[in-house]
Design a protein around this ligand. Structure first.
Ligand SMILES: [Zn+2]
Length: 121
C-alpha cells in the first residue's frame, strides 16, 4: 500500500447497463463507431419531409438512429488499479487521458484518477 498506485488501462472494456464489466475488441468498437456515424446521417436525413414520410426510409432511419443511441451509451475504457488506502482492486470507467474522482467501493475513501495515477483525494 502506497500513497499512489499505477492503474492499468483496458481500452476495450466497458460496463454494461447492469453494471457488469465486459470485454470487447477493436472490431466491435469500430462497428459501433460506424453505427454512430450512420445515426448522425440518418438524423440529418430525417429532417427532410421526403424522408420523414417515406414508407421505407422513415422506419429505416428511425432504426438506424435507435442503433446509434444504443451504441453511444457504451463507453469504452476501464482502468484496473489498487486502492492506495485499502489495497483492494478498483475498476474505474474513464477515458485513457481522463480525470475522474470517485469513492473506493470497499473503504469508501475518495480517490482521484489523473495522468494514469490513482491517488487519495
Ligand atoms: Zn479502498
Amino acid at each position: 500500500m502506497g500513497e499512489a498506485s499505477r492503474p492499468r488501462f483496458h481500452a476495450w472494456e466497458y460496463f454494461d447497463l447492469d453494471g457488469y464489466l465486459r470485454a470487447s475488441n477493436p472490431v466491435a468498437a469500430a462497428v459501433l463507431r460506424v453505427a454512430k456515424a450512420l445515426g448522425f446521417l440518418a438524423s440529418a436525413a430525417m429532417t427532410l419531409p421526403a424522408a420523414l414520410f417515406h414508407p421505407i426510409l422513415a422506419p429505416l432511419g428511425l432504426a438506424v438512429i435507435g442503433l446509434a443511441l444504443w451504441a453511444d451509451a457504451r463507453r469504452y475504457g476501464v482502468w484496473h488499479g489498487d486502492c492506495p488506502r485499502c489495497g483492494q482492486e478498483v475498476w474505474i470507467a474513464a477515458k485513457r487521458h481522463g480525470t475522474k474522482a470517485f469513492a473506493c467501493h470497499i473503504c469508501r475513501d475518495r480517490l482521484l484518477l489523473k495522468s494514469g495515477r490513482l491517488t487519495p483525494f
